[in-house]
Ligand binder design. Structure first.
Ligand SMILES: Cc1cc2nc3c(=O)[nH]c(=O)nc-3n(C[C@H](O)[C@H](O)[C@H](O)COP(=O)(O)OP(=O)(O)OC[C@H]3O[C@@H](n4cnc5c(N)ncnc54)[C@H](O)[C@@H]3O)c2cc1C
Length: 538
């Protein structure tokens, strides 16, 4: 990893990811795949090409040192990192930049910023790593506000205190994933929360969006690691008690988890930690039938074995990202422990797979203590493509290829019909809108009562019509999810993009209750307008 500046238009830092030559190679491979003669490649935007609107509100003298109107910073804080965001960046469309970007270095600075925003009717948009894929960090808040300020929390980046006895740490919200793990590693501890965006997302963002880590079962959601939260709201500070569990009424933490900055700014949290795993067992299991693989995955998820990974890839996804033949589904299975050998767990999981027709090498049932265990075989190939995917996506966007995902969760009893319907309607939309393309599926998480299917779309798009093409496909996919009984998001959050479907999914009276909560914490309605819930009277 370099220390160059973060890209304002794509994933990672300047100089990282595919260069022009690599991007052309990717475009050529895609052209072959989609039967096209050639795909032209767009160049990424340069900051000199942008003509950002001048700030609409004045910077108060007292806050001068923490507010900047630097063009790179305003551009970087304009968009998240969804396909739609990347296309807009390649089009040089930064038409709704924040008027100012704020970098508070203390909780008092956050309070001062929210006071200023409240007094001047300025929208306050909390910003962690900016990896939102649902329009969560945009400043397009409409004419009802004098302007918008992006409040970047990444200077609140310390692990403040570690309680080794209870295995918990008090951590500031703006810390990025790698820095957080670096601070815990010397103590033999880990938060063990690894979303795919880990490198460029923050604790506060994970908490505000109820992020899901890459482990497939049990402790993987940020919710489960949260012991207590401290939040600055426009109405005051809230801090919950540190407790290992509590039955005292509705949980204050649960109210802020997933609130996406609409109630206030999470400044720090006590997080539950784990000992770093030392024992690992991994197996790549191939199934000639996706249906039987689904049954095997369900049986494992209901067995009480709780594997750390239990990620089922359909045959097409296994071909693209794990070197499969295109005819077989792949179950990436893994167990981890900081305490014990895992042979018995893996042996039982393998037996379940074999009962369902799974093909597993005999040496899979072996606990290893070297970190290389998860980097070998088809599972290792899949892992590599998982890690590099965010970088590769920038190249796909440059080649006008729609590269986007949508994700959900559904109970096992409805999965087969639900999945068939999604494939039907989205497949038809791809054929109509793009003249073809692929839709693949994997389970990112599995629960005893259902999987979290994650669909990936790859399709050639008409140059200049990328946003319209994707909007049409997304609308069909999201309608099918809601009508089929799924959730509009399993871990990507609501943001502005999912609001119409979240409003349909959420019980109406619950929406009213949320509005009252919003009014209590944020009476002026300045906090991240447009996400989760609208304030009363706005
Ligand atoms: C390539 C890629 C892979 C991804 N993989 C995953 C994944 O595996 N699992 C997953 O769950 N998500 C994933 N995401 C989505 C995204 O990374 C998550 O939503 C993440 O939790 C956002 O963290 P962030 O720090 O970047 O927050 P941001 O994007 O900056 O903000 C997200 C939302 O939280 C609010 N917010 C941020 N910080 C605070 C704070 N301190 N207090 C209050 N509100 C705040 C923002 O206003 C915004 O609404 C992925 C995204 C990308 C681009």
């Amino acid at each position: 990893m370099t220390n160059s500046a973060l890209k304002f238009w794509g994933w990672g830092r300047e100089g990282e990811g595919p260069d022009e030559v690599a991007t052309r190679k990717i475009a050529a491979a895609l052209a072959r795949r989609f039967g096209m003669e050639k795909i032209e490649v767009l160049s990424p935007p340069r900051i000199e090409e942008l003509d950002l609107r001048a700030p609409r509100v004045e910077r108060p003298e007292a806050l001068r040192s923490m507010l900047t109107d630097d063009a790179s910073e305003r551009a970087r804080h304009s968009l998240g990192r969804s396909y739609r965001d990347l296309v807009r960046a390649f089009r040089r469309d930064f038409s709704e930049p924040p008027d100012w970007v704020a970098f508070p270095e203390s909780e008092q600075a956050v309070i001062d910023l929210l006071d200023w925003c409240g007094s001047k009717n300025i929208a306050a948009i909390p910003f962690g790593g900016g990896s939102s894929v649902v329009g969560g960090v945009e400043c397009n808040v409409g004419d009802g506000y004098a302007g918008g300020v992006s409040i970047d929390l990444t200077r609140l980046d310390q692990v403040v205190e570690i309680d080794r006895v209870s295995r918990a740490a008090r951590i500031q919200a703006g810390i990025y994933g790698p820095a957080l793990e670096d601070a815990l590693r010397p103590q033999g501890l880990t938060l063990r929360h690894f979303p795919q965006s880990f490198e460029f997302s923050t604790l506060g963002g994970w908490l505000a969006t109820r992020a899901g880590g890459h482990f497939a079962t049990r402790y993987t959601h940020i919710d489960d690691f949260t012991e207590s939260l401290r939040v600055v709201t426009p109405s005051g500070i809230i801090e919950s008690r540190r407790l290992p569990g509590s039955g005292a009424g509705p949980s204050p933490d649960r109210l802020f988890l997933g609130s996406e900055g609409s109630f206030g700014i999470i400044t720090e949290a006590w997080m539950r930690l784990q000992d770093r795993p030392s024992h690992r067992a991994n197996a790549s299991v191939w199934f000639s039938s996706f249906e039987r693989a689904v049954d095997a995955t369900r049986a494992i998820s209901q067995s009480g074995l709780e594997p750390s990974n239990c990620r089922l890839l359909d045959p097409a996804e296994a071909e693209f990202s794990a070197g499969g033949s295109g005819d077989a589904a792949l179950l990436v299975l893994a167990f981890e422990s900081a305490d014990h050998e895992l042979d018995a767990w893996m042996a039982r999981a393998v037996a379940i797979c074999r009962e369902h027709g799974g093909d597993v090498p005999d040496d899979a049932v072996r606990t290893r203590t070297d970190a290389g265990a998860s980097r070998e075989g088809a599972g290792g190939t899949w892992r590599n493509s998982f890690v590099s995917a965010p970088y590769a996506r920038d190249a796909l966007v440059a080649a006008s290829v729609i590269s986007e995902t949508f994700e959900t969760a559904i109970t096992w009893d409805r999965f087969a019909e639900f999945d068939a319907h999604i494939r039907d309607v989205v497949g038809a939309a791809l054929a109509r809108v793009c003249g073809g393309g692929t839709l693949t599926c994997r389970f990112t998480h599995v629960y005893p009562d259902g999987p979290a299917p994650y669909y990936t779309v790859l399709a050639p798009s008409r140059r200049g019509a990328e946003l319209e093409n994707w909007a049409e496909i997304k609308l069909i996919a999201a309608d099918a999810i809601i009508e089929g009984g799924g959730t509009i998001t399993h871990h990507h959050a609501v943001g502005r993009d999912h609001r119409p479907w979240y409003d349909r999914q959420r019980p109406e009276l619950f929406g009213e209750a949320l509005r009252s909560v919003k009014t209590t914490f944020d009476p002026a309605g300045i906090m991240n307008p447009g996400v989760v819930i609208d304030p009363a009277g706005r």
